[in-house]
Write a protein that binds this ligand. Structure first.
Ligand code: NAD
Ligand code: ZN
Length: 259
């Protein structure tokens, strides 16, 4: 993609901002090879909508099918690397006095890119926990059995303390968000000068309502997405393009960082 022209008012607002919030969705990890929920599924899960697998109902009905899918995604995340969008967001954090990253992603690519102040609204795929005692279970980094593309059904393991079933460490559709992260996310969206929503369809609630909070509070709002969304006309600036191209350019131009 050629160099994007950014409106001067956007650059000025970003340079002057003391509080910046970035909300990210699956699109920010798409260029790292992690499929979004709108991408087609492969293998065993080909005929399923990802959003249908990410539910308590699906897990109860067929635990091995859903656990296998999450193990496959966990392996994909471990193999993936942060892309230039994750890196640009981490750089932004070093230039802004108060910076909060709110992510809907369950991968750890923001952490691995160097971001520090992160709220995971939808949990973390690397932290499954026990349905009984809620103890979190850290798994060895690589599960040798599951190679990428080697889709299979896998029975969920049992908790070594209480014997209950282990479940994926993510927030499923229909479940409440973690209280602390959600309260902090709302607070920071209400108080920021600049609010970004990057790589999110803005369809999944309640996460999408954070953008409305920032708009109502008078923040400058910036969307980054290659496709159009329902909030194109609500945000102050809608930047069309892949996050891995747009963000490095924006960060470089705002803070005069040579690319
Ligand atoms: P979504 O799947 O609803 O939407 C993804 C958005 O990203 C779309 O609007 C798409 O146009 C955009 N996009 C695609 N490529 C992009 C790119 N290169 N740069 C910028 N934008 C790009 O994702 P969502 O809004 O995050 O909501 C779906 C739910 O799925 C969330 O709850 C999330 O927890 C979960 N999810 C997480 C991951 C992950 O952790 N990586 C992956 C898939 C889904
Ligand atoms: Zn237990």
């Amino acid at each position: 993609m050629t160099q994007q022209e950014f409106p001067l008012s956007l650059i000025t607002a970003l340079r002057a901002a003391t509080r910046v919030v970035v909300l990210t969705g699956a699109g920010v990890s798409a260029e790292s090879g992690i499929p979004t929920f709108r991408d087609k599924q492969t293998g065993l899960w080909e005929n399923f909508d990802a959003a249908e697998l990410a539910t308590r109902y699906a897990f109860d009905r067929d635990p091995a099918f859903v656990w296998g899918w999450y193990e496959w995604r966990r392996a994909a995340v471990q193999k993936a690397q942060p892309n230039p969008a994750h890196l640009a967001i981490a750089t932004m954090e070093t230039r802004v006095p108060q910076f909060t990253l709110i992510t809907q992603n369950v991968d750890d690519l923001h952490e691995r890119a160097g971001s520090r102040n992160i709220l995971h609204l939808h949990g973390e795929i690397s932290r499954p926990y026990c349905e009984g005692c809620r103890q979190s279970h850290v798994f060895p980094r690589a599960t040798p059995k599951i190679a990428l593309g080697g889709e299979e059904r896998i029975e969920p393991p049992r908790c070594q303390s209480c014997g209950a079933r282990i479940r994926p460490g993510v927030v499923w559709f229909g479940e409440a968000l973690p209280d602390g992260a959600w309260a902090s996310a709302r607070e920071s969206a209400r108080q920021c000068d600049v609010f970004f929503c990057i790589g999110t369809s803005s369809l999944v609630q309640p996460a999408a309502s954070l953008t409305d909070l920032a708009i109502d509070a008078g923040a400058t709002t910036i969307q980054v997405n290659p496709d159009s969304t329902d909030i194109d006309d609500l945000v102050t600036f809608s930047l069309r393009g892949p996050a891995g191209t747009v963000l490095p350019q924006l960060v470089a131009e705002t803070w005069n960082i040579p690319q």
